[in-house]
Design a protein around this ligand. Structure first.
Ligand SMILES: [Zn+2]
Length: 459
């Protein structure tokens, strides 16, 4: 099938180009002025933008947590992502203690099997770096996985100590993998949480108070130091605050191979939101927690000047009426996570581009091009070029949309941005040349999404 996008404005990291774009089969076949029509479906793109499909490199679909799971699976999460202009994502496989990496990977492939509607890749979270598990890291590239993730928080569950971080980072670097780190000081958080609960401080707001920004800043600096000693490139996930950003900037000035993402929600909420009445604060409980207006300003500055390379979501939805209620009498039992996979582009375009904080080219770079570059998908994904996949968002910069749980496609009973009216939204979305969203209609198919085997990391 051939589709000609006629007269649109192509947007890339270097700027915009007025041109026609032809997709033949799954790939972009031609870009130019007045391309011949012939036997093609013509999409009138006049007055609209053509964006490379968004790539969300931080998601948790159907993620097991004790006896529950995050509420979007690989079908509902993919449908929601597509409506928001995201055509690829990378989810976190999580090794279980005393399980192997291969077992975990097989389990996640099974989760996606027959459900995927957009393309997806996996990162490997290492929770128990025993010697045999460290040896398994060598096999990850042949399994299509070129990133490992380790956590410095969640003591007793996923947290690694510094010696384990060093061991994983060394192996990862040896095999061309990028190491991603959740940077918070889990030991100190563990003490603060226990103290809070013992003192009867059980409301959601204490979640943020037990995880102060100093502990994210400290852990970020420590991760950078250990990565430097290990000779490993480092990607800091969900950076939320100035204290951590200062560490990233200082490392980048010293020429270190350090990159960082923030997530869309950290630009819009503060710790004060955790103190909403009637337990509503539980809706915004995630880790690291929301910070201050000053931290938000620092994040926008980082997005502008390049200290932050990516905007992702950490999408990990739980229903307010159900799963979140587990923590009604103890904030430490609130499942951590927020729904955002559908709203990332809408909100960043609205507040960032319309708000005059970042140019359109930077919006594309943060949501598609840099994710592709850093995670072994470029130039197959993340850019509109001849030979790239036909992952295309037909973006109407004048469309107005009110974001609400009543109409969103995420399988969760609330929306973080409830009631926000944005200007600019996808009018149509294509994955490898097949249209999956047409206005309000989903036209994709469960099972059509493909696993993305990613290339080794190169800086
Ligand atoms: Zn996460």
């Amino acid at each position: 099938m051939r589709t000609l996008f006629s007269g649109g404005t192509l947007v890339g990291p270097e700027g915009t180009l007025q041109a026609d774009l032809l997709v033949d089969g799954e790939r972009i076949a031609a870009i130019g002025r007045d391309l011949p029509r012939g036997d093609v479906r013509v999409i009138d793109a006049a007055g609209r933008y053509l964006l490379p499909g968004g790539i969300d490199v931080h998601t948790h679909l159907d993620m097991p947590l004790d006896d529950i799971a995050s509420t979007d699976d690989f079908r509902t999460g993919h449908v929601a992502a597509a409506f928001g202009g995201t055509t690829s994502h990378i989810d976190f496989v999580i090794q279980s203690k005393d399980g192997s990496l291969r077992q975990a990977l097989d389990a996640w492939h099974a989760l996606a099997q027959g459900k995927a509607c957009i393309d997806y890749g996996f990162h490997m979270t290492i929770a128990d770096p025993r010697p045999d598990v460290l040896d398994e890291i060598a096999h990850l590239p042949e399994w299509g996985i070129t990133t490992v993730k380790v956590l410095m928080a969640y003591k007793g569950r996923l947290q690694l100590d510094d010696a384990q971080l060093l061991a994983v980072m060394r192996r990862a670097a040896e095999h061309g993998l990028l190491t991603m780190v959740h940077c918070e000081n889990g030991d100190v958080i563990d003490v603060l949480e226990r103290e809070a609960v013992a003192a009867g401080h059980r409301e959601p707001k204490y979640h943020a108070m037990a995880r102060p920004p100093e502990l994210e800043g400290e852990a970020t600096g420590r991760a950078i130091a250990i990565a430097s000693v290990a000779g490993a490139p480092l990607y800091v996930v969900h950076l939320t605050c100035e204290a951590a950003l200062d560490q990233v900037r200082a490392a980048q000035r010293r020429g270190r191979h350090v990159w960082a993402e923030t997530c869309i929600q950290y630009l819009f909420f503060t710790a004060a939101d955790l103190d909403r009445p009637d337990f509503e604060g539980a809706k915004v409980v995630c880790s690291p927690p929301f910070r201050t207006p000053q931290d938000q300003a620092a994040l926008w500055e980082g997005l502008r000047d390049g200290a932050l390379a990516v905007v992702s979501t950490d999408h990990c939805p739980f229903n307010f009426a159900r799963e979140k209620q587990r923590g009604r009498h103890d904030f430490t039992k609130i499942p951590n996570g927020v729904p955002a996979i559908e709203d990332r582009l809408l909100m960043l375009h609205h507040a960032g581009v319309n708000g005059g904080r970042i140019p359109l080219s930077r919006f594309v770079e943060l949501t598609a091009t840099n994710p592709a570059r850093l995670f072994g998908l470029y130039p197959r994904k993340g850019i509109l070029e001849v030979g790239s996949d036909g992952d295309i968002v037909l973006w109407d910069p004048r469309a107005r949309r009110t974001i609400t749980a009543g109409t969103h496609h995420m399988r969760v009973d609330y929306n973080l941005f409830e009631g926000t009216t944005v200007t600019g939204a996808p009018a149509g979305v294509w994955v490898r040349g097949t249209q999956v969203v047409d206005g309000e209609r989903f036209t994709g198919r469960a099972g059509a999404g493909q696993f993305l085997r990613r290339a080794a990391f190169t800086s």
